[in-house]
Design a protein around this ligand. Sequence first.
Ligand code: NAD
Length: 368
Amino acid sequence: MNKQIVLLPGDGIGTEVIKSAQEVLIAVAEEFGHQFSFETHDIGGSAVDKHGTPLPEATVEACKQADAVLLGAVGGPKWDELPSHLRPERGLLGIRKALNLFANLRPVKGFPKLLHASPLKEEVVKGSDLLIVRELIGGLYFGQPSERRDNGETVVDTLSYTKKEIEQVVDKAFQSAQLRRKQLTSVDKANVLESSKLWREVVEEKKTAYPDVSVEHLLVDAAAMKLITNPGQFDVIVTENMFGDILSDEASVLTGSLGMLPSASLREDGVGLYEPVHGSAPDIAGKGVANPLAMILSSALMLRHSFHLENEAELIESAVQSILNEGYYTADLQVKDGQQVGTKEMTRLIVELIKSQNTTKSIQNCYA
Ligand code: NAD
């Protein structure tokens, strides 16, 4: 398979962890006989420094031509005082919009070796493995311009969705559930909001097209509670933009580290932007200690969702789990026993496992 991948390292540890993902993808391509070509472009604060804008036109054009985009992270104190149109995160919002990325997927998995680092009890997080599908470019964050009235004493924000906007993200969630344990939980506030009533109607209409997927509806307040009392009950959760924003951050504590969380933002035709959930971590940038696993797991999501290379994606995910099971960890993970390694060493271990003749054996072991 020939694929063109645009790399957007961005700022801080973004530039370090994106190299790790590239090395892992090169190893996967060699093992499976694929051709991945890479083109690097600027975004965020480094793009402001070089081009005077956080999102140069050349970056947008390259991403539009690409089969998929990998992004490190943007931002840092150096650019905090800039006017809002020059802020690094403008680059991120701009590229999501330019590519029309309507669905954001965030898998959250409790890795056995890391369960102790979660603020929740180990027995609660054990076995949790869920995917949140969040609508990304509609709803409250993209309503009519917010307004202040009555000398600032009254405010108005609007929450609007078209049926088509709901349908496309609900379809993506059903398709994602088909690739997993085939359970979909649709989260809304249908006892209060008209937009949620339409959301629920769409899910009910769509479910006949996916008879192998079981569906339940949950109000967002109950979902927030169940996510931390019994996360193991969930497979795929689909919800609108703001509920998804809040629930996916809540779910992120299950794994115990920001450095382990990948994400995917997708368009209808499968083109996607893949990035770790964490930011540019200016406090550790340049020290060689960043955890590259969220970025590496994001590249696995790219293989699965944009290129439909399920075996290749699983190989990366299993290699990550194996390396953790073998006791290797980066500084952020607070593993009690084992060997602490830096970004480059962690990447080398994953690459070697992928290339190793013993990969299949190691992977089987990790599920034993
Ligand atoms: P952050 O995620 O960058 O860091 C929070 C803490 O987690 C820090 O202590 C950091 O060292 C640690 N951390 C994060 N990722 C890590 C990794 N892979 N390995 C080891 N440790 C890791 O969040 P922040 O400090 O709030 O923000 C820093 C900058 O990043 C800000 O400019 C912010 O705007 C930006 N940011 C960007 C994105 C993005 O690009 N998607 C997301 C969040 C924050």
